[in-house]
Design a protein around this ligand. Sequence first.
Ligand SMILES: Nc1nc2c(ncn2[C@@H]2O[C@H](COP(=O)(O)OP(=O)(O)OP(=O)(O)O)[C@@H](O)[C@H]2O)c(=O)[nH]1
Ligand SMILES: [Mg+2]
Length: 691
Amino acid sequence: MKEYTTELIRNVALVSHGSGGKTMLAEAFLHVSGATTRLGKIEDGTTVSDFEEEEIRRKLSLSTTIVPVEYKNYKINILDTPGYTDFVGEVISGLRVADGVVVLVDSVAGMEVGTEIAWDYCDTFKLPRFVVINKMDRDNADYKKALASVQEFSPTRLIPVQLPWGEKAAFAGVIDLITMKAYAGDGKTAEEIPAEFKDAAEEAQMALIEAAAEGEDTLLEKYLESGALTPEELLRGLRAIVRSGAYIPVFVAAGAHEKGVTPLLEAIVELMPSPADVAPAVAKGKGGEEQLPATDSGPLAVYVWKTTADPFVGKLTYFRVYSGILQGDTRIWNNTKETEERMASLAVMRGKEAIPQKVMHAGDIGTVAKLGATNTGDTLCDKAHPLTLPKPDYPAPLYRVAIFPKTQADAAKISSSLTRLTEEDMTLHWFPEPATKQTVLEGMGDQHIDVVIRRAQTKLQVGLNVEEPKVPFREGITRKGDATYRHKKQTGGAGQFGEVWLRIEPLPDEDYEFTDELVGMNLSKSYLPAIDKGIRATLANGVIAGYPMSNVKVIVYDGKEHPVDSKPVAFEIAGREAFKLAVQQAGPVLFEPIMNARVTVQDANMGDIISDMNTRRGRVVGTESDRGRTVVVAQVPLAEMLRYTTILRSITAGRGVFSMEFDHYEMVPTHLAEQIIAARQKELEKEREED
Ligand SMILES: Nc1nc2c(ncn2[C@@H]2O[C@H](COP(=O)(O)OP(=O)(O)OP(=O)(O)O)[C@@H](O)[C@H]2O)c(=O)[nH]1
Ligand SMILES: [Mg+2]
């Protein structure tokens, strides 16, 4: 592959709802540009972009793949993102390094929820975008209806730059309103617009010229005076309104049949910005913020947007050079990890194929193998000029499972494997949950977790089982309690003796406080640490249901000791038992995590969502309206939300999305708490029998 300088590079992400045809469009780009001799198929598992075993098995994309397309003198780095909402983290990572986006809209389904989510992220990253009404060959294709559904959603005006040349089986290609030519099939050659489309094309071109004239004051003046623009002026104006985000141009295609594909490539190089045309990246440097225009002469600033682990290749780091020029086989400074890395040789990936590169210019996207410490989100730079590029926000996890190793050998590898997997995937998290003594894995949905478990098996050779996780309840008290306990044991020679008198009270703002009000000589203060230790151990393991207890203040106010038999261990036991007795008097309760949830659905589903929330002990705090959708805001116990991704999918036929984050702990209603305590007591009994 040639070396491409900044102006000749385009970084363009493809986004849409699942199955919008992104991977096939990328495949068609490669084929028409001559990079491949055969057009792969999703059904045969032969596309360049969906090369991972799991992608082939499921016939859909699971991660963002990079597909460089060489067209004319340009290189278009296509970022093919997954559409299934569980993998939204990959979309965010892809958009982070894109300068423009092609949004695919199915000609039958129109705007869909996955498209809406991706659209909102394009707004977050302020990316100029194209809309492509795709799959125009489908039986029920309806260009006008699909376009209207996008316009209804988009606050930005849409402007067609092409018209479909027929529809459904009669879809022959595209009629281009810039050149006023028709392009049949893959669109490599231009021809006259067929007579029956002439009037429609002329009318549509007027609208296009009017929009393009807004791009520049001089163009607007000329348009107002003469009512026309030359093709060059039209293009110039169009470029301005697309890059500024004033308008979104609309195209048509049938990617899988390669129809409309060349005109689309042409539009990408003509209208989408090069890395040099976008606002400079802003990095944190030693002296504050630094603006980094994409030039080879700037300070080196490289952002890592993706990392993969492969049993054969090892670790592969995907980066974008924001500023400066990157050479292979050198040393580089990882400013995030504050460590130097040895860079092996550089490559450009085309799906799974690595194409070696000597250098990468500012703005380009490439890979390097076998970096030790570097992970997704890190910045690589010159040690003498340390810089940190910002990492995007990823959504909080929505779905959690408890993880168990399949075998003893798997148990030994579990934490290192989970750490590796979570380093690769910014929406995946794991942690040991002390409250339930389970290993928890959190992600965006059941499919996400399922894919991760399979990757653990195939890539890291670690077998994992998954179970519904326990809820991390907490124990607490509601009023004061008071108790005394005497521990006395006489076995042969030395005995044990310790007696503790204590009070406990609720402590709203702190987990635990231990004090004393000892006066006189009944109990020496030197035994207090032992008492404290006994109570702390009990707090960790809980008193009523086996969950950790918190928000308790303990006041030891008296006790008794024995000149010979008193020793710390005796007070540890006495403290523990006195504490347990006090808890029983102090109105012990269970607390549960309450989440703030935002559920976004079509207006028609609002009633169902609210009544379902009521059955989940949720409190609807309010509703907001957002472009034809309703956002239901609720506070709801985590215990009721463990499988909400699936529930929501079934209530809304896949058209709803939600987000949630932990907010606070609240008391579990008595009747439920009783059930949980009884279940835990049974479990404990069983454990005791097994021991
Ligand atoms: N009729 C028709 N079918 C298409 C077209 N493009 C893709 N398809 C089919 O639609 C399905 C999904 O295509 P993909 O290219 O995998 O879509 P995608 O957007 O990459 O899907 P995800 O990766 O799951 O988000 C496959 O069965 C394709 O064969 C098209 O232009 N016309
Ligand atoms: Mg795909």
